[in-house]
Design a protein around this ligand. Structure first.
Ligand code: UD1
Length: 418
C-alpha cells in the first residue's frame, strides 16, 4: 500500500515548479479522442489518475505514450465505444468519456461509477443533460447505454447545479452539433476554461467558459494539437498551506495566481506574507497563525472543496476557533479522526468541523482515506513533533507526482517506504 515516514518541525523553503492540473489533464485526455489526428499534451503529472485514463484510452483503441511529462495520443484507429467496467471503476473521471465517445461513435457504453471515498457523487446531472440533448439513455446491470439516433441539434440546457464533470461532458457531447447548443448554470472552474481553450485550438467554436453560460457552435471536425494545460491550483494550494503551517519561504512557479484568490484571501488574514506576480506565488510564514475564522467550500470562485482538508490541517494548529463547512461533498471529513490521533481538537457537527487550534501536534501512525485528506495528513506530519507515518499513500499518488520529492526539495524530512 505504501507509506510516508515524516519527521516534522522543519521549516519549508525553496522553489517548486507546478505541473499541469490533474483536473484539466483528465478531461483533455477524454477530449483527445475527438480527433483522428495526433494530440500532444505538455507538462503532465506522472500520477495514477493520468495512467488510469491512458489505460482506458488504450482499451478504446488509442495509441498513447507518456514520457518526461509529454503525453501523445493517436486515436486514428479507435474502434471501441465500450469502457470496460474494471477500468472505469479505477477512475471516477472515466465518466467524462461519455460525452466524447458519444460524439465520436453516436453511442457509448459505460459502467455506473457509483459513490466514492468523499461522497455519493451521482451522475444524474450528466445524464439529464445528455437526455435533453436528445441522447437515448438506458441503464441495466450497472451499465449505462447511450445512443444518438440523430445528430445533436440546436438546444438550450440549464444545469440544476454547476457540476464540473457534467459541464465538461456536455461540452464534449455538443462539439459536433448541427447548430448551436447553449449550456446555462455551468461550472466556472478554470479547468472548464482550459477545456474550452483546448477544444478551440483543435478547431471547435465554444464561447463563454468561466462566465456561467457556454455557447457551442457545432463544427464538422477537429484537428490535432499540441497544448500545455494550466497549472494545478490544488497542488499549488497544498504547498502554500504547508508553507503557512511550517514556516519558511516557498516560491511556486507555473500557477496563475488568480485561480487561488480565495485561498490567498484567507491566508492573507493570517501572519503569512504572500506576493503574487502573474504565474508566480511566494509565501513567507513565521509559523503559528491566528484563527482562520469561518471557511465555507463553494463552487469556483469560492473556496475549493479540494483544499478543505489541507486548510483543516491549518485550522487544527491556528490559535483560536476555526470553523470549516464542507458544502460540496457529504463525507469529506474522513481525515479528522486521524487528526485527533495527532493531538488536534476538533468537533464535527454535520457538515461543519470546529477546530480549537493547538500549538503542538504529535507524530502518530495515520491512514489516508482519500486523495486530499491524505495530503492533509502529510501537512500535519510536517508540522508535528516526532515521527508520523501516513499509510495508504496510493490515494495521494492519484493526484500528486512524487509528493515526497517536492517536499524534500523544500527541506522537509519525508521518505517513501513499502
Ligand atoms: C470535479 C473535480 C473534483 C472536485 C469537484 C468539485 C475533476 C476530475 N474532479 O469533480 O476534484 O472536487 O469537481 O469542484 O475535475 N453532483 C450531482 N449530480 C451530478 C453531478 C454532480 O448531484 O450528476 C453533485 C456532486 O455529488 C457534488 C457536486 O454536485 O456534490 C459537485 O460535483 P461535480 O462538480 O460534478 O464534481 P466532479 O466533476 O465529480
Amino acid at each position: 500500500m505504501g507509506r510516508f515516514i515524516i519527521n516534522g518541525e522543519r521549516q519549508l523553503s525553496g522553489v517548486l515548479d507546478i505541473l499541469a492540473a490533474k483536473n484539466s489533464v483528465l478531461p483533455l485526455l477524454a477530449a483527445a479522442i475527438l480527433t483522428d489526428e495526433k494530440v500532444v499534451l505538455h507538462n503532465c503529472p506522472d500520477i495514477t489518475d493520468v495512467h488510469n485514463m491512458l489505460a482506458i484510452l488504450q482499451s478504446l483503441g488509442s495509441v498513447t505514450s507518456f514520457e518526461n511529462g509529454v503525453i501523445t495520443i493517436d486515436s486514428s484507429n479507435i474502434n471501441n465505444e465500450i469502457v470496460e467496467p474494471k477500468l472505469a471503476h479505477e477512475l471516477r473521471s472515466s465518466i467524462f468519456l461519455l460525452g466524447s465517445i458519444l460524439s465520436k461513435f453516436n453511442k457509448a457504453i459505460l459502467s455506473y461509477p457509483g459513490g466514492c471515498e468523499i461522497g455519493e457523487r451521482p451522475i444524474d446531472i450528466h445524464l439529464k443533460g445528455l437526455k435533453e440533448l436528445g441522447v437515448h439513455i438506458t441503464e441495466e446491470g450497472g451499465l449505462i447505454y447511450c445512443k444518438n439516433n440523430k445528430k445533436i441539434t440546436s438546444n438550450e440546457i440549464v444545469l440544476d447545479i454547476p457540476s464540473v464533470g457534467a459541464t465538461e461532458n456536455l461540452m464534449m457531447a455538443s462539439v459536433f452539433a448541427d447548430g448551436i447548443v447553449t449550456l446555462r448554470n455551468v461550472a466556472r472552474e478554470p479547468e472548464i476554461v482550459d477545456l474550452q481553450n483546448f477544444l478551440n485550438s483543435m478547431g471547435a467554436k465554444i464561447y463563454g467558459a468561466g462566465c456561467g453560460v457556454i455557447v457551442i457552435h457545432g463544427v464538422k471536425r477537429l484537428h490535432g494539437v499540441e497544448y500545455t494545460p494550466i497549472g494545478d491550483r490544488i497542488v499549488a494550494g497544498t504547498y502554500m498551506i504547508a508553507g503557512a503551517m511550517c514556516g519558511g519561504d516557498i516560491t511556486l512557479k507555473g500557477i496563475n495566481c488568480e485561480y487561488l484568490s480565495s485561498l490567498v484571501s484567507k491566508l492573507s488574514k493570517t501572519t503569512c506574507n504572500i506576493q503574487v506576480n502573474n504565474d508566480i506565488i511566494r509565501i513567507k510564514s513565521k509559523g503559528r497563525h491566528p484563527r482562520l475564522g469561518k471557511i465555507d467550500t463553494m463552487y469556483y470562485p469560492g473556496f475549493p472543496t479540494d483544499l478543505q482538508s489541507q486548510m483543516s490541517a491549518l485550522g487544527a494548529v491556528a490559535d483560536g476557533i476555526s470553523i470549516i463547512t464542507e458544502n460540496i461533498f457529504e463525507t469529506r471529513f474522513k481525515q479528522i479522526p486521524e487528526f485527533r490521533k495527532m493531538g488536534a481538537i476538533v468537533d464535527i457537527k454535520g457538515r461543519t468541523a470546529i477546530f480549537e487550534g493547538v500549538p503542538k501536534l504529535y507524530g502518530a501512525e495515520v491512514k489516508a482515506e482519500d486523495l486530499r485528506g491524505g495530503a492533509s495528513l502529510v501537512l500535519m506530519g510536517l508540522y508535528a513533533c516526532g515521527t508520523t507515518v501516513v499509510h495508504d499513500i496510493k490515494h495521494i499518488d492519484r493526484g500528486y507526482q512524487s509528493m515526497e520529492v517536492d517536499i524534500r526539495s523544500l527541506g522537509g524530512d519525508i521518505i517513501r517506504a513499502d
